[in-house]
Ligand binder design. Structure first.
Ligand code: PLP
Length: 663
């Protein structure tokens, strides 16, 4: 794990393991889950031990997330559920604008600020419409990275909006964008590859339009972390310095140099350290100056995305965090551009940012329920009898003898005895029941060793993994591949915590497993202010009492990257907006039904139903089932086709008196 450089004090102190089940407060939970670090100003914990949301920080209104969950379920909308807070989106856009406006005012910057939202980060219609509506007062625009995204941007933006067209383009993409330049908005077509220039020139001539063009520069400065390769000399996107000069010469020769109005770069997403940003902006600012000197009228300087989200709340340069504030980011961008322009006596351009993650990550929370557990807990060890094999007596003695000064030795003894028991079984000297008892005694030893380690100042290295081995697995009603694919694909960390019971001590350490039949469908790394944790502190499950977890800050990239592994489809989603008296659910977006996902993989539900009906009739004719069972099967089949793809907590069909074998 990389070391962290912090510019600020940590907002939350590292957690010590839960000890007493009785003396526990909501504040202790807040510290355990570090909610102040990653959640301020939107999320915190109330005295009732529930997570609360302040969608519009500062206006005093709070939404109890647990009560909201019950409220949504009352409407028949089941978990897993995405809750999107529209006011958080507006707040994010407002904060970004304020920071740039302040930075510009402070240094007397002559250009303006234009934020744009990259549609690729989350294309959901209601979200994009919220962004467009909230962004209106800030002249907020959209970035499109493909033809389909351009179609969205053209349809949903209003007058004077900026649309920046990135991504690889064909003639129809470019022509659509050029024609839209005749609308009452500013549409920039950014050349990403040298080949696009030819297509653009031909299209401009064909249409008789003088287009507004931009160029994406391939900078030498590189980003950091997972997306470092988005920049640098061998980056996939953008034009090299030689290609940029070629574009300038060609446009000049075509009498179109005045079409080049924007310089763009993007050094990757989740840039956790401010230094790469500064270097990239400095390099690009000098490029801007040089292009201006070559006669390009430009006027817009687009710094792309990359503004990071502090997922772990550590305020460091760790990959899940960021070691700078929004104010610092804005000030650095503005002053770097200003310095380069002033030095060269070039007019200061309007600055565009394409922050995606930082705009939409906070607004959405995935809520899901724990539906079961598997734990290695066996109560008190049972003493072997006189007839029991020697190896069982040895394990029992090891178990009773664990103490701080011999934890390592006890561990070696337990491992050795377990291996011996397995080998005795393989050669027929131990019966199955004896092996089962040996396994139980081994886990008892591990539990005692682990508990003893909690009291030690330094834990022997070889025992560090024991806590994870001993952790419970909590089975959760969601699909990691559908709802948080980046956890699986790139080890992304999201803050995860219970949204209730926070006044109770979370005395179970667990990892999370999703519903898919895939061993990768589990979460075993969690945020920590100093490092990553391999288990999460959770509460013991109680019969008949639901246990809800929230995965926070997951509004960026996850929804569209999610897939249909095991045919678990899109989850339900609701949009929540605060009102004078509380909140209103403005949109309900029903998740996929089984029918929807089956059609996606070319099945026809009606044909499937008919095929199963015919098989049931044959079974009935042969008396393999009775008519009641046939009716129940068909009702199950039909109902499953129309229902949510996730587990239902309701028993839809109480046993209806069928018997087996059929009468
Ligand atoms: N702009 C471009 C060109 C991108 O490729 C991306 C995503 O990688 C973004 C903006 C958004 O980046 P982020 O979500 O890190 O702000």
């Amino acid at each position: 794990m990389g070391s962290r450089k912090s510019v600020n004090d940590l907002a939350a102190s590292p957690t010590s393991p839960a000890t007493s089940a009785t003396e526990w407060s909501a504040e202790q939970s807040a510290r355990t889950y570090q909610i102040e670090g990653w959640g301020t100003p939107y999320f915190s914990v109330n005295d009732e031990g529930h997570v609360i949301v302040r969608p519009n920080p500062g206006d005093g209104r709070e939404i109890d997330l647990f009560e909201l969950t019950d409220d949504v379920r009352e409407r028949g909308i089941e978990l897993p559920l995405l809750v999107r807070f529209e006011d958080i989106v507006s707040h994010r856009i407002g904060v970004l604008n304020e920071n740039f406006k302040t930075a510009m005012a402070e240094c007397g910057y002559a250009g303006g600020y234009r934020g744009i939202y990259p549609v690729k980060v989350n294309q959901q219609r209601h979200l994009v419409e919220t962004i467009v509506a909230s962004g209106r007062e800030h002249d907020y625009g959209l970035e499109a990275g493909s033809k389909a995204e351009l179609l969205i941007a053209l349809a949903v933006t209003g007058r004077d909006a900026i649309i920046v067209c990135n991504g690889y383009k064909d003639a129809s993409y470019i022509e659509t964008a050029f024609l839209a330049q005749r609308f009452d908005k500013q549409v920039f077509v950014v050349l990403e590859r040298a080949e696009e220039l030819d297509i653009a020139i031909r299209a401009a001539k064909r249409l008789g339009i003088k287009p507004t063009l931009g160029v994406r520069a391939k900078l030498s400065a590189r980003g950091v972390g997972r997306w470092a390769d988005s920049a640098g000399d061998r980056a996939k996107f953008g034009l090299t310095k030689a290609e940029l000069v070629g574009v300038v010469d060609r446009l000049e020769a075509e009498g179109m140099l005045d079409c080049l109005r924007l310089l763009h770069f993007h050094i990757g997403s989740q840039i956790s350290s401010i230094m790469p940003f500064k270097s990239a902006v400095r390099e690009a600012a000098h490029l801007y100056v040089e292009l201006s000197k070559l006669g390009c009228p430009l006027g817009f300087f687009d710094v792309g995305g990359g503004l990071a989200v502090d997922y772990d709340g550590s305020k460091t340069d760790y990959k899940a965090s960021r070691n700078y504030t929004l104010a610092e980011y804005a000030a650095d961008v503005v002053t770097e551009v200003q310095d380069a322009c002033r030095e060269a006596d070039v007019a200061e351009p309007d600055i565009i940012t394409e922050s995606g993650r930082a705009t939409v990550a906070h607004q959405s929370i995935l809520l899901f329920e724990v539906v079961g557990e598997s734990a290695v807990r066996f109560g008190e060890p049972t003493e072997p009898t006189e007839e029991s094999h020697r190896v069982l007596h040895e394990l029992y003695a090891t178990c009773l003898g664990v103490m701080p000064k011999n934890v390592q030795e006890s561990w070696h003894d337990a491992c050795h005895a377990k291996e011996e028991a397995q080998s005795l079984f393989r050669y027929g000297y131990l019966r199955l029941r004896e092996l089962a008892q040996a396994e139980r005694l081994y886990w008892h030893c591990c539990e005692r060793i682990m508990n003893t380690c909690e009291r030690l100042r330094t834990v022997p290295e070889e025992l560090e993994g024991l806590r994870k081995d001993m952790a419970a697995t909590y089975y959760c009603n969601f699909s990691l591949f559908q709802s948080a694919p980046d956890v699986w694909a790139i080890d992304q960390l999201f803050p995860i915590m219970p949204i209730h019971r926070l006044g109770e001590c979370p005395d179970v350490r667990a990892t999370l497993a999703d519903l898919t039949c895939d061993s990768d469908g589990c979460i075993d790394h969690f945020i920590d202010a100093e490092d990553e944790r391999d288990t999460l502190e959770l509460h013991a499950l109680e019969d008949g009492r639901p246990y809800y977890l929230g995965m926070f800050l997951n509004g960026a990239y996850q929804e569209i990257l999610g897939d249909l592994h095991n045919l678990f489809g899109d989850t339900n989603a609701v949009h929540v907006k605060t009102t004078k008296n509380g909140y209103e659910i403005t949109h309900v977006i029903k998740g996929d039904s089984t029918k929807d996902v089956l059609r996606y993989v070319q099945y026809q539900p009606a044909e499937m139903l008919e095929s199963v009906r015919r098989q049931a009739e044959r079974a009935l004719a042969d008396s393999r089932i009775n008519i009641k069972q046939m009716r129940l099967l068909m009702r199950h089949y039909e109902s499953a086709l129309s229902s949510y793809t996730y587990l239902s907590t309701e028993e839809e069909f109480p046993p209806s008196g069928g018997s087996f074998p059929p009468k």
